[in-house]
Design a binder for this molecule. Structure first.
Ligand SMILES: *[C@@H]1O[C@H](CO)[C@@H](O)[C@H](O)[C@H]1NC(C)=O
Ligand SMILES: *[C@@H]1O[C@H](CO)[C@@H](O)[C@H](O)[C@H]1NC(C)=O
Ligand SMILES: *[C@@H]1O[C@H](CO)[C@@H](O)[C@H](O)[C@H]1NC(C)=O
Ligand SMILES: *[C@@H]1O[C@H](CO)[C@@H](O)[C@H](O)[C@H]1NC(C)=O
Ligand SMILES: *[C@@H]1O[C@H](CO)[C@@H](O)[C@H](O)[C@H]1NC(C)=O
Ligand SMILES: *[C@@H]1O[C@H](CO)[C@@H](O)[C@H](O)[C@H]1NC(C)=O
Ligand SMILES: *[C@@H]1O[C@H](CO)[C@@H](O)[C@H](O)[C@H]1NC(C)=O
Ligand SMILES: *[C@@H]1O[C@H](CO)[C@@H](O)[C@H](O)[C@H]1NC(C)=O
Ligand SMILES: *[C@@H]1O[C@H](CO)[C@@H](O)[C@H](O)[C@H]1NC(C)=O
Ligand SMILES: *[C@@H]1O[C@H](CO)[C@@H](O)[C@H](O)[C@H]1NC(C)=O
Ligand SMILES: *[C@@H]1O[C@H](CO)[C@@H](O)[C@H](O)[C@H]1NC(C)=O
Ligand SMILES: *[C@@H]1O[C@H](CO)[C@@H](O)[C@H](O)[C@H]1NC(C)=O
Length: 559
């Protein structure tokens, strides 16, 4: 009798053993599993419970330190890189993308085979065999290409057959996504993507894990595992960029008084969940100017006081969401009471669940407002007569004024007429006290058109203006090239010469009276201004136009 019990016991054990050792999805995929997952989270559309059995015979399971990982891929390890577009506003879709990174010199070709890149040298030199994995040959060796396609091994780890969409035989990787106690399996190339709708998910951070297998004859071999945290939130993810002309550093949250700051709100909504929503932006700039409500994501605001201000923004959007709890009156009839016609039932269901709720997003910042350089103008450009004739060189004086604070440094960049190729850059400290008025002297080598950029800066601000200037050609043999200094020498030679020279000098002066060709501030419409200049170059060279600027009388130091 005892013996019988013992035999029975053994039989029972033997019968139970395979059951006990049968792996479930949650045993394979993930350390992060909590027993309550399934109860806490609603079913994801198209996903399955990780209580399902895992076919370990077809999809072997290796622990993290298993030595077999080392040989799971020819020539090194495959890395899986998982990214998501989290954070996701509850109700929107969150999308995950896995990309496989192969060892150096390997890539997937158009047929889905893994090949060595041409002319790419790895440690052991160029490969004579172009293929790392010629899966085409494998699938033809096996019954892969069998018309029925129902072979035992063309299945996912849970036994479901591969979907036979176009080209599926060239898809050689099996991706198993796992989160919230559920899994999703997918056949793919070296990249796979999956989206989940977050409408019914719990808020907060979650973990997504992905395991990737590759074909290996009639079975599969794990090649990579990866996980990433994603976040589901009930606050609209909001980013705000702040821009201000003349602001020297756009990332230090310090801005200038009396110039508009342009605020641009970017809502992170990669799945376009808010496409149909009316979005309102409510601004409080913290300077007692009140509440600004706008439906435009860009807005500008000018602070007229210096100091520190706390600005805050609330973004509001009406989105599809759960309906309020049902009223005490009897709800809609249960499905069994509804007369025949599934369509009417579905329609009523949809319309009743089509509720809207307001979602909000918030942004706060503490910004510092300081005084800075607001404007810069070139008010006069004049030629400097040189004591010694210099055939091809010209010295020019630029009279520059500014508004706002007094700059500490002035820089000039001389470049080609397109303002792109720098030829010369000079910076000098500014040493003026009360009035912002400075003369900047710069040399030009050779005739032609030049673009001259002026920047004035102090600790917080940087103002820029740009002008085009034309330096006419000089013929060294002609008296037109003479300067004042030369005139004195000539005076000793004879009156006739002086007369000729004076006349010539007068003519020359008419040609050499420069005026600013373009005198703009800011960065807008530079290109437009430039082409306008090029079209009107002739007009600019009209003689005369001596500026009678009273400021010139007390000409400040030359920089
Ligand atoms: C380099 O290429 C050869 C083929 O020529 C291959 O056998 C070898 O595994 C490759 N080595 C590495 C490190 O990828
Ligand atoms: C890859 O396999 C296919 C099918 O067997 C074969 O036609 C092809 O020649 C193979 N390529 C190489 C380089 O072995
Ligand atoms: C193709 O499938 C049929 C039916 O399932 C089977 O009889 C046949 O042996 C298969 N061919 C190969 C080459 O495996
Ligand atoms: C959201 O994801 C689901 C799959 O879960 C997909 O069917 C649907 O088209 C996606 N919606 C958008 C707007 O991307
Ligand atoms: C969320 O749950 C509701 C109610 O159970 C259901 O009607 C809806 O289809 C679910 N949405 C998603 C995306 O699973
Ligand atoms: C701009 O401000 C940021 C933040 O204060 C600072 O890290 C960065 O170095 C500044 N950049 C420059 C060019 O001064
Ligand atoms: C949302 O708008 C974008 C661009 O305006 C468009 O590409 C996208 O298809 C729209 N998505 C939905 C779900 O309406
Ligand atoms: C926004 O700023 C105003 C005034 O500074 C303050 O009363 C309000 O509480 C702030 N709102 C938030 C959400 O911080
Ligand atoms: C938003 O404002 C900017 C400038 O303030 C303007 O160019 C743009 O057309 C506006 N957009 C809408 C949709 O009103
Ligand atoms: C700022 O807004 C005003 C009107 O609100 C507009 O006239 C001005 O052009 C805007 N400035 C910038 C830099 O967007
Ligand atoms: C505002 O600017 C004035 C003049 O530059 C200065 O005296 C004052 O200290 C500044 N105030 C603050 C709060 O920075
Ligand atoms: C000169 O300033 C203009 C903007 O006014 C800019 O586009 C250009 O790149 C600058 N040129 C150089 C050489 O810095």
């Amino acid at each position: 009798m005892e013996c019988l019990y013992w035999v029975l016991g053994c039989l029972l054990l033997a019968a139970r053993l395979p059951l006990d050792s049968a792996k479930r999805f949650h045993d394979v995929l993930g350390s992060e599993r909590h027993p309550a997952y399934r109860r806490e989270h609603s079913q994801l559309n198209g996903w399955s419970s990780d209580e399902n059995d895992w076919n370990e015979r077809l999809y072997p399971v290796w622990t993290r330190g298993d030595a077999r990982w080392k040989n799971s891929w020819k020539g090194g390890c495959v890395q899986a890189v998982l990214t998501s577009d989290s954070p996701a506003l509850v109700g929107s879709n969150v999308t995950f993308v896995v990309n496989l990174v192969f060892p150096r010199c390997q890539k997937e070709d158009a047929d889905g085979n893994i090949v060595y890149e041409k002319n790419c040298r790895n440690d052991s030199g160029l490969s004579p065999d172009p293929y790392v994995y010629n899966w085409t040959s494998w699938s033809e060796d096996s019954d892969w290409g069998n018309g029925t396609g129902q072979s035992q091994h063309n299945v996912f780890p849970d036994g479901k057959p591969f979907p036979h969409h176009h080209g599926w035989k060239r898809w050689n990787f099996v991706y198993v996504f796992h989160t919230l106690g559920q899994y999703f399996q997918k056949l793919g190339r070296c990249s796979a993507r999956v989206s989940i709708n977050t409408a019914n998910l719990t808020l907060g951070p979650q973990v997504m894990e992905v395991t990737v297998y590759r074909r290996h004859g009639r079975a599969y071999i794990p090649i990579a595992q990866v996980k990433d945290v994603y976040v589901i939130t009930d606050e609209i993810p909001v980013f705000v960029s702040m821009f201000q002309k003349n602001d020297r550093n756009s990332s230090d949250e310090t801005f200038l008084k009396d110039l508009p700051i342009v605020f641009d709100v970017l809502i992170h909504d990669p799945s376009h969940f808010l496409n149909e929503s009316a979005i309102y932006y409510k601004w409080n700039f913290g300077d007692n100017t009140g509440l600004f409500v706008s439906n435009n994501h860009t807005l500008n605001h000018t602070y007229v006081l210096n100091g520190t201000f706390n600005l805050n923004l609330t973004v509001q959007a009406a989105v599809p969401g759960p309906c309020p709890p049902p009223s005490p009156t009897p709800g809609r009839p249960t499905p069994s009471l509804v007369p025949a016609g599934d369509n009417t039932l579905e329609l009523s269901g949809i319309s009743e669940e089509d509720c809207q709720i307001n979602r909000y997003g918030y942004f706060e910042a503490t910004i510092t407002i300081v005084e800075g350089i607001l404007e810069i103008h070139i008010i006069k450009i004049s030629n400097v007569l040189m004591p010694v004739p210099q055939p091809d060189n010209s010295l020019m004086d630029f009279l520059v004024t500014c508004e706002g604070t007094i700059p500490t440094e002035v820089c000039t960049i001389i470049s080609d007429p397109t303002c792109q190729i720098t030829q010369n850059l000079v910076c000098s400290p500014v040493d003026v006290d009360e009035t912002c008025l400075l003369t900047v002297r710069r040399a030009f080598y050779g005739s032609g058109t030049y673009c001259v950029n002026f920047t004035l800066r102090d600790d917080a601000s940087l103002a820029l203006t740009s002008t085009l200037i034309s330096i006419p050609g000089k013929d060294p043999a002609s008296p037109l090239g003479m300067t004042n200094g030369a005139l004195i020498v000539i005076a000793a030679i004879g009156c006739l010469t002086i007369l000729v020279t004076v006349i010539a000098a007068l003519v020359y002066k008419k040609h050499k009276d420069y005026k600013p060709i373009e005198n703009r501030t800011g960065t807008e419409d530079k290109r437009k201004g430039l082409s306008a200049f090029l079209n009107h170059t002739k007009a600019v060279f009209l003689p005369g136009n001596q500026e009678k600027d009273p400021l010139l009388k007390d000409q400040p130091g030359i920089l």
